[in-house]
Design a protein around this ligand. Structure first.
Ligand SMILES: Nc1nc2c(ncn2[C@@H]2O[C@H](COP(=O)(O)OP(=O)(O)OP(=O)(O)O)[C@@H](O)[C@H]2O)c(=O)[nH]1
Ligand SMILES: [Mg+2]
Length: 456
């Protein structure tokens, strides 16, 4: 990739608003020539060493001092983008930042588009597409586990394992294609039995990567948990107890919660998106019916259902309605027997589901509940330390890879000619290439980078 294809861009790398410091980033061929016109480093420009932070004065067009800043110069290809780059650490006032930006815009530098720095890093081969996506995830990470997952991907764990798989495949494709060149002589460069064994060895990890999507997605975006049950069993009290704050309204009136309430909770590094719902019962109340519709949507979206019952009361028809609802689901369900501070009329034996006894108001049994929520997904990331994919894009590419690999395998088993096997192996390689970005399509790139903020 010819770097001169790119012009010079600028953007603040820190969020807008007031702060102690702000960082402004420039990248492109005219970085230093434009910076020379407004920045005077304490060491002269000629003595300015790369990758070192140096104090400097920033001047406006009238040669008046705008700010005293720190600068770091990066010389291509030894920078994030792979181009000549400069980072300016100025004082974090919006006016200071805008004045510095305006000065560079006047000097012919262009304001960067969302994700343009990362896109250049990708285009210049500094990172692959999976790593570019990981930078975005890393910044968005809300818990220890999602941070770990994005760091793994940023460090290239997934890319590395894919490149190992493709190296072998590439070799076989080349040998098979060589056979085609010698088809007159009827030569076989690839032992079919060995290739079949190799294919199986490659299909297995691709398939387990595909299987890791559900897990990876949950680590990345959190486990959706719907708290359901008939009115007044203490769903909102349970939400508040888990969050340790008075988030939802609690009253002794049945039908208090109408709208679904969503809050995030970090349990031992895993993100849970808790949704408190309107109590499920037979009703004709229009507002309540609207609430029930939302409850159904929350159940649809949930990965885990906390079905709450008031254990101080025997099961009634509304409880049975809830039981019917959860029995028809193919999702993970935990029964929560609330109000354990009252004499019990229900026990775990009354349910076909795993259950936990709690008191939402006395904050009793919550640790047991959290433990059950964790084990429901066996989310201990350190123990199940494996490579995960976490985006539909990854899954789609790997599905295509899998289809082509299976097809190639079938051709092998049916002793079809090298041509057929090679075509499918090449197609599998292309699908992996799209995943890592070695084969890049503008529409995919635009989709990925447009979600980034300016300056990233
Ligand atoms: N004794 C006791 N009372 C509780 C407990 N949890 C909730 N309550 C009471 O039960 C009543 C209903 O609590 P909510 O949390 O509003 O119940 P809900 O399930 O959200 O009710 P709706 O929003 O109407 O569907 C309130 O008076 C709470 O104080 C508990 O563990 N023990
Ligand atoms: Mg409620």
């Amino acid at each position: 990739m010819n770097m001169q294809l790119f012009d010079t861009i600028i953007a603040p790398a820190t969020p807008p608003g007031k702060g102690a410091l702000a960082v402004i980033r420039l990248s492109g061929p005219d970085t230093f020539s434009s910076a020379r016109q407004c920045i005077t480093p304490q060491t002269s420009w000629n003595n300015l060493k790369a990758n070192r932070q140096v104090l400097a004065d920033f001047y406006g067009p009238d040669q008046k001092l705008v700010d005293r800043v720190m600068v770091v110069k990066f010389i291509q290809p030894h920078s994030f983008t792979g181009e000549d780059s400069l980072e300016i650490y100025c004082h974090g006032g919006p006016f200071v930042v805008q004045t510095i930006l305006d000065r560079f815009l006047d000097l012919g530098v262009r304001l960067a588009m969302p994700g343009e720095f990362t896109r250049r890093a990708f285009m210049n081969g500094k990172i692959d597409l999976l790593q570019a996506e990981a930078i975005h995830d890393l910044i968005e990470a809300k818990t220890k586990n999602s941070l770990q997952l994005s760091l793994d991907q940023y460090q290239g764990r997934l890319s590395h394992s894919l490149s190992e798989l493709t190296a072998e495949l590439r070799e076989y494709a080349a040998l098979l294609e060589l056979e085609l060149d010698f088809s007159e002589e009827d030569l076989e460069f690839v032992n079919r039995e060995q290739l079949l064994q190799k294919m199986d060895k490659i299909i297995a990890p691709v398939s387990s990567l595909l299987d890791s999507f559900e897990h990876g997605k949950l680590v990345n975006t959190g486990i959706n948990v719907a708290i359901i049950g008939k009115p007044n069993v203490g769903k909102s009290s349970l939400l508040n107890a888990l969050l340790n704050e008075d988030r939802a309204l609690v009253t002794d009136l049945a039908g208090t919660t109408r709208d679904s309430i969503r809050e995030s909770l970090d349990i031992e590094g895993q993100l849970y998106n808790l949704i408190d719902t309107a109590g499920i019962r037979r009703t004709k109340d229009r507002l309540e019916l609207l609430g029930l519709k939302k409850t159904d949507q929350a159940i649809d979206k949930a990965d885990l259902i906390l079905a709450v019952f008031d254990q101080s009361q025997p099961l009634d028809t509304d409880d049975r309605l809830n039981l019917e609802k959860i029995s028809g689901l193919t999702k993970r369900v935990l029964v929560v027997l609330n109000k354990s501070d009252q004499p019990a009329q229900l026990s775990a034996d009354d349910f076909d589901f795993q259950s936990v006894s709690v008191s939402a108001t006395q904050l009793d049994g919550l640790e047991d509940l959290k433990k059950s929520m964790i084990t429901a997904f066996q989310m201990d990331y350190d123990q199940s330390y494996m490579i995960l994919i976490n985006k539909p894009r990854h899954r789609d590419s790997l599905k295509r890879t899998m289809n082509h690999l299976n097809h190639a395998r079938e051709s092998l088993v049916n002793q079809l000619s090298a041509e057929f096997i090679a075509i499918d192996i090449r197609a599998a390689l292309d699908a992996i290439g799209e995943l890592t970005g070695h084969i890049s399509r503008d529409d995919i790139l635009n989709d990925i980078f447009s979600h980034y903020c300016i300056g990233k």
